[in-house]
Design a protein around this ligand. Structure first.
Ligand code: SER
Length: 594
């Protein structure tokens, strides 16, 4: 079975059970500071799981691109990944445990043909706060699962969520495939990670909301949130040993082999591990860069995760003997394989390749310098000593050495690293940059005076003109408006030329001269997309959004407010064009109010 068929089979099955299909949201959560990436299909649905009405109804189904860095150390075995696709179905205060379990059971056994006796499940065993989940146990028994294949576990295993610090959560039941490998011991069961059992599906029965104070409040509604790992199921139905043998990975592995001239199939364990890390991380990096949010490698937040992933790829490529230009070639295979399902990869193709190339150059440069500094420090130390966290952080901050890298270089000399000390420095650094980000946010469009509304309109015209002159790879990365000026950050890789600045200014002033009415319409996200609007197509499936149009100069999803006509802006002037961060430029501009 191909991955495309599997996705479709899943969607169609749940559609038959009256679910509405919704679409994969961005990998970068919108307006959610609690997590850096979308880690599960439920993530974009949090408001609805908390009780808000979903425009598509109470039964939903999708497949969602997800990224988890928590499993990064596990990557390289046969089932763990950073980036993965999660198929999911939801009941928003509709069906509950029994129906959900029956649907999962039928999908696995009837649609995918997985023999029932290869399936084991786990159920929440209860604790002081929440009783043992007998309703779930009974639902499995009713379907004919023998008691010995229904395992009761603790909260550690059978409680899910919230995704961030707060939010919906509850007991879950996990569904495992028994690979038939021998048990590793008398206590071997689905919770054991010896490789005998592969977790496929997790059905969460969301009855609780965890508050800021750490309290689990019983919700007045009940939801079901399920997640089925696409890559794992694909390997299982095709009887493949590992996810890396599936058609989602094989072309990537083959490409790595072709480029490095190292064979994969008869390789030793370390080499196989390197291939898998490279393949997994390249997929993650390609999808992060391919997201419309245009994240670039940096030293904070998503950009830092991306940087770590890319640099880890480079280290493993270097171990295989070749690195120069290889990442882009691997990314091309990924873009090719996934564009049909995730067209944003094609849209952002050049951005992906440019950023990979840029990061490669940057890392190589700092690596040489950093290696010299690190060697000097480590040479003075002896086996068994611990490198302090402040030094490890300095290597990270100044030379871009991710912590794992420092650990590896130090480890080669028998020296360990004070991870806690590093984390402390890292947190301080993060807090500083977060405080900066909050300040930036406060300076946004908080006061909706006529001046700021006009500057906001100018921002849209500027955005449109930039895309016209510099290309569709330009995306808004940030906007900050005071009563005096606008500041606009956008993805672009180099300084603009004087001619380009003039051309952009001319377009905006032409729009102003034409005195075009600023038209606001309400429509669904799909309609907005179809109309060619730009902006954030986030998690608001089917929901109405506002689209502001200014003739052929601009069409953007936006909350407003705006000037009534472009003529209200009088005259537009760019005061400064400069770099904001890697791959992001910043324009400061003013308009005449008189
Ligand atoms: N949220 C649950 C999980 O991620 C089910 O989708 O496992």
């Amino acid at each position: 079975m191909k991955s495309k068929e599997l996705r479709q089979l899943y969607i169609d099955y749940f559609k038959k059970q009256n679910h509405k299909e919704i679409y994969s949201a961005s990998l970068i959560p919108e307006n959610d500071p609690s997590v850096l990436f979308t880690t599960a299909g439920m993530h974009p649905l949090v408001p609805y799981l908390l009780g808000e009405e979903h425009p598509s109804g109470r039964r939903l189904v999708d497949f969602q691109k997800c990224l988890r860095t928590g499993d990064i150390d596990e990557v390289g075995d046969s089932i763990h990944l950073t980036f993965f696709e999660m198929m999911g179905n939801w009941s928003l205060n509709d069906y509950f445990k029994e129906e959900s379990i029956e649907m999962s059971h039928r999908f696995l056994t009837e649609e995918l043909g997985i023999p029932q006796d290869k399936i084991s499940v786990s159920v929440f065993g209860g604790d002081d706060e929440v009783p043992r989940d007998m309703a779930t146990f009974n639902a499995w028994r009713k379907l004919g699962y023998p008691e010995e294949r229904i395992h009761f576990y603790t909260r550690k295993e059978n409680w899910w969520g919230p995704a961030g610090e707060t939010g919906p959560c509850g007991p879950d039941t996990e569904i495992f495939y028994d690979t038939g490998k021998p048990a590793c011991g008398p206590d071997c069961g689905p919770a054991c990670n010896c490789g005998k059992y592969v977790e496929m599906w997790n059905n969460v029965f969301m009855e609780y909301n965890k508050t800021k104070d750490g309290v689990y409040e019983k919700m007045s509604i009940h939801n079901v949130d399920t997640g089925l790992g696409l890559e794992r199921v694909l390997a299982i139905v095709n009887k493949e040993e590992s996810i890396y043998d599936t058609e989602l990975f094989r072309p990537i592995i083959n490409k790595i082999s072709e480029l490095t001239k190292v064979s994969y199939d008869d390789a030793d364990e370390d080499t196989i591990f390197a291939f898998r890390v490279i393949a997994d991380h390249m997929r993650a990096a390609t999808f992060i860069l391919g997201d419309d949010k245009a994240v670039t490698p940096s030293n904070v937040d998503q950009g830092y995760v991306l940087r770590r992933i890319i640099r880890r790829v480079m280290r493993y490529l270097k171990k295989l003997g070749t690195c120069d230009g290889v990442m882009v070639e691997i990314a091309k295979v990924i873009v090719e394989n996934y564009s049909e399902i995730y067209p944003e990869l094609k849209r952002n193709e050049q951005f992906i390749y440019d950023q990979l190339t840029k990061e490669e150059v940057t890392f190589n440069r700092t690596l040489d310098q950093g290696m010299k500094v690190a060697a000097k420090i480590l040479d003075k130390m002896s086996v068994g000593e611990v490198l302090d966290g402040v030094t490890a952080f300095r290597l990270y901050d100044t030379f871009g050495f991710p912590l794992e890298f420092t650990q590896e270089v130090a480890g080669e000399k028998g020296i360990s690293v004070d991870v806690e000390g590093f984390d402390k420095c890292f947190k301080e650094h993060q807090e500083k940059s977060r405080a900066g980000a909050e300040k930036k946010f406060k300076g946004g469009l908080a006061d909706a005076s006529a001046e700021t509304a006009r500057l906001h309109t100018a921002t849209h015209l500027l955005n449109g003109a930039l895309r016209k002159i510099l290309g569709d790879g330009v995306y808004q990365k940030g906007s900050n408006i005071t009563a005096e000026r606008l500041r606009f950050d956008f993805s672009f890789d180099r300084k603009m030329t004087a001619e380009e600045i003039k051309a952009v200014t001319d377009i905006v002033n032409e729009a102003i001269r034409k005195d075009i009415p600023v038209v606001c319409e309400e429509m669904t996200v799909d309609e907005a997309k179809a109309a060619g609007a730009i902006g954030v197509f986030g998690d608001k499936y089917g929901e109405k959004v506002k689209v502001y149009t200014m003739g052929e100069y601009s069409k953007e999803i936006c909350g407003g407010p705006h000037a009534e006509r472009t003529g209200d802006l009088k005259c537009f002037k760019i005061q400064k064009e400069s770099s904001s961060s890697a791959g992001v430029r910043r324009i400061k501009a003013v308009i005449d109010f008189e």
